[in-house]
Design a protein around this ligand. Structure first.
Ligand code: G
Ligand code: G
Ligand code: MN
Length: 432
C-alpha cells in the first residue's frame, strides 16, 4: 500500500507488495476467465533508479517511483491495480481489453505520459522507463505464467534497448494450443479417456474408511496420464470446465451408487473449481445428478479451495448455502493457504475443513507447522466443523493427528488414490 507524505521534503515511500499483487493478479485472471474477457499485465521498470539515488539521494528515488505509480494509475482507463513489485518495478493490471492489438498504443501512451520530468525539491528528474507486456489468456492462463511472460518481455525490451516489448513468440502458438486442449478434452470426455481415482478418507478414531476423494485423470492414447494441475486451468480458460465438472460429479455418483448396491456405503468428495461454483446452473447440475444416480445427498461432499472461496465470498457463500440446503456437504480444501479472515470464517457455510497438505507433510520436521495444524483443528472444532488432514505420509504424523483430535485423515501412508476397480476390491478385501 502507499504510505506517503506530500510535504515534498519528507520521505516518500511506496512499499513493495509482491504477495498482494500476485494475489490480485490471480483474482483478476480468474474473473477474466469466468467472464471470457482479456486482461493485460504491464510491468514498468524505472531505469537508472540507482543513478537517480546516487545523484539526488534515496528520497528522490522513492519519490520518483511513487510519482510513476500514481501517474500510471491515472493514465489509462480500466487500470485495476498498480503495485510496486520490486524496487524499480511497478506492475499494472488492465482489465477488459477489447482489442489486444492496440496495446502497443497504450504502451506508447504510458511512455509519453511518463516522459514529463518528475520535480523533486526543485530538481527536474527525467524518468526513463521500459515496459514488458503480456496478455491473459493468450500468453498465460495462470497468474504465474502471465507474470513470467511479462518479465521475459521486459527483459527483452531492456536487452534490445526498446522502450517496450509485448510477448510475441508464444502468442499464436499458445492461442491455438488453448483451442487444441479444448478440443482434446472434449474428445476425451466423449471417448471416455477421462477417469476418476479414489483416495480413501479414514475416520481417525476407528481407522475405517468413511469416504473417498475423487481425483480426475486424463489418459492419453500413448499410455501417458495428465494430472489435473496441468489441464484444469486451461479448461477454465477455454470454457470447457463446466462440462468437466458435470462429468466428474456424474461419474463419481454413478460409481458410488454401484458401491452402495454392494452394500459398501461410502461417501465421495468431488473437487469443484472456481468457474463452476460461480455458475448458477451448477446447483441444478448437482441436484439432477443426485436424482439420476439415486445417491443420498449426504454422501456427496464438494471440495472448494479456500483461495477460490475468498475471491468472491458473497457469491460463493450464497451458492454453497444453497448446495447445503440440498443436503450436500461442503469441504474447504487446502485450508491455511488462502488467507481467509477470521470474520469470514465464522460465516463459512461448510461442514468440513481440510488442512492443506503442506502443513501436514512437514509437521514432523517443523514445529511451527505442527502448531498451525493444531490451531486449525481447534479453530474448526470451535465452529462445529469436522477436520480432515491430508498428506499423511508417516505413522508419526498419523499418531500426532490422532492425539490432536483430528477427525479424518487422508494420505499416502493410509491409502493412495486408486482406480474404481482397485478401490472396490480393496474395500471388499479389507472391510467387505
Ligand atoms: O492427484 P492430484 O494430482 O490428483 O490432484 C491435483 C489437484 O487437482 C488437486 O488440487 C485437486 O483438488 C485437483 N483436482 C483433482 N480432480 C479434480 C476435478 O475433478 N476437478 C477439479 N476442478 N479439480 C480437480
Ligand atoms: O488440492 P487437493 O487437496 O484436492 O489435492 C489432492 C492431491 O494430493 C492429489 O493430487 C493427491 O494425489 C495428493 N495426495 C494425497 N495424499 C497425499 C500424500 O500423502 N502425499 C502427497 N505428496 N500427495 C498426496
Ligand atoms: Mn481436494
Amino acid at each position: 500500500m502507499i504510505s506517503s507524505s506530500d510535504t515534498g521534503s519528507a520521505m516518500m515511500t511506496t512499499a513493495i507488495n509482491w504477495h498482494g499483487f500476485v494475489k490480485d493478479l490471480r483474482a483478476h485472471t480468474q474473473s477474466a476467465a469466468a467472464l471470457n474477457s482479456v486482461l493485460a499485465l504491464i510491468i514498468v521498470e524505472v531505469r537508472q533508479l540507482g543513478i537517480c539515488n546516487s545523484l539526488w539521494g534515496f528520497d528522490a528515488g522513492e519519490f520518483v517511483v511513487d510519482d510513476v505509480k500514481k501517474r500510471l494509475g491515472a493514465m489509462l482507463k480500466n487500470v485495476v491495480t498498480a503495485e510496486r513489485i520490486a524496487p524499480a518495478r511497478i506492475a499494472v493490471i488492465i482489465r477488459d481489453i477489447a482489442i489486444p492489438e492496440l496495446l502497443s498504443v497504450s504502451a506508447q501512451k504510458i511512455i509519453n505520459g511518463l516522459s514529463k520530468p518528475v520535480v523533486f525539491r526543485g530538481e527536474a528528474i527525467k524518468v526513463d522507463v521500459s515496459l514488458g507486456i503480456a496478455i491473459f489468456p493468450q500468453h498465460g492462463v495462470s497468474a504465474e505464467s502471465l507474470l513470467c511472460e511479462a518479465e521475459l518481455a521486459l527483459d527483452s525490451a531492456v536487452s534490445r534497448a526498446c522502450s517496450f516489448h509485448i510477448t510475441d513468440s508464444p502468442y499464436a502458438d499458445k492461442y491455438s494450443a488453448l483451442f487444441r486442449v479444448h478440443d482434446n478434452l472434449q474428445q476425451a470426455i466423449a471417448n471416455e479417456n477421462l477417469g476418476l481415482n479414489y483416495q480413501p478418507k479414514f475416520d481417525l478414531k476407528t481407522r475405517l474408511p468413511v469416504a473417498s476423494e475423487a481425483l480426475m485423470r486424463w489418459h492419453l492414447p500413448d499410455g501417458g496420464r495428465v494430472r489435473p494441475e496441468e489441464f484444469i486451468a486451461v479448461a477454465e480458460a477455454s470454457g470447457i470446465i463446466e462440462q468437466l465438472t458435470d462429468w466428474a460429479i456424474n461419474t463419481a455418483l454413478r460409481e458410488i451408487a454401484e458401491l452402495n448396491d454392494l452394500n459398501l456405503k461410502m461417501g465421495v468428495a468431488v473437487n469443484v473449481s472456481a468457474t463452476s461454483l460461480y455458475d448458477p446452473a451448477f446447483i441444478l447440475t448437482v441436484e439432477s445428478a443426485l436424482a439420476i444416480w439415486g445417491v443420498p445427498p449426504q454422501l456427496l461432499t464438494l471440495e472448494i479451495t479456500e483461495t477460490l472461496l475468498m475471491q468472491n465470498p458473497r457469491l460463493c457463500f450464497a451458492h454453497l448455502s444453497r448446495l447445503r440446503d440440498l443436503g450436500v456437504k461442503v469441504s474447504i480444501d487446502d485450508f491455511g493457504t488462502g488467507f481467509s479472515s477470521l470474520s469470514y470464517f465464522k460465516t463459512i457455510p461448510a461442514d468440513e475443513i481440510k488442512i492443506d497438505q503442506s502443513f501436514v507433510k512437514s509437521m514432523e520436521k517443523n514445529s511451527d507447522d505442527e502448531k498451525i495444524v493444531e490451531s486449525i483443528i481447534g479453530l474448526a472444532h470451535n465452529f462445529g466443523h469436522q477436520v480432515v488432514a491430508e498428506g499423511i505420509e508417516s505413522s508419526e504424523t498419523l499418531h500426532k493427528l490422532q492425539a490432536m483430535g483430528c477427525d479424518i485423515g487422508q494420505g499416502y501412508f493410509l491409502a493412495k488414490p486408486m482406480a474404481m476397480d482397485k478401490y472396490r476390491h480393496w474395500l471388499i478385501a479389507e472391510y467387505g
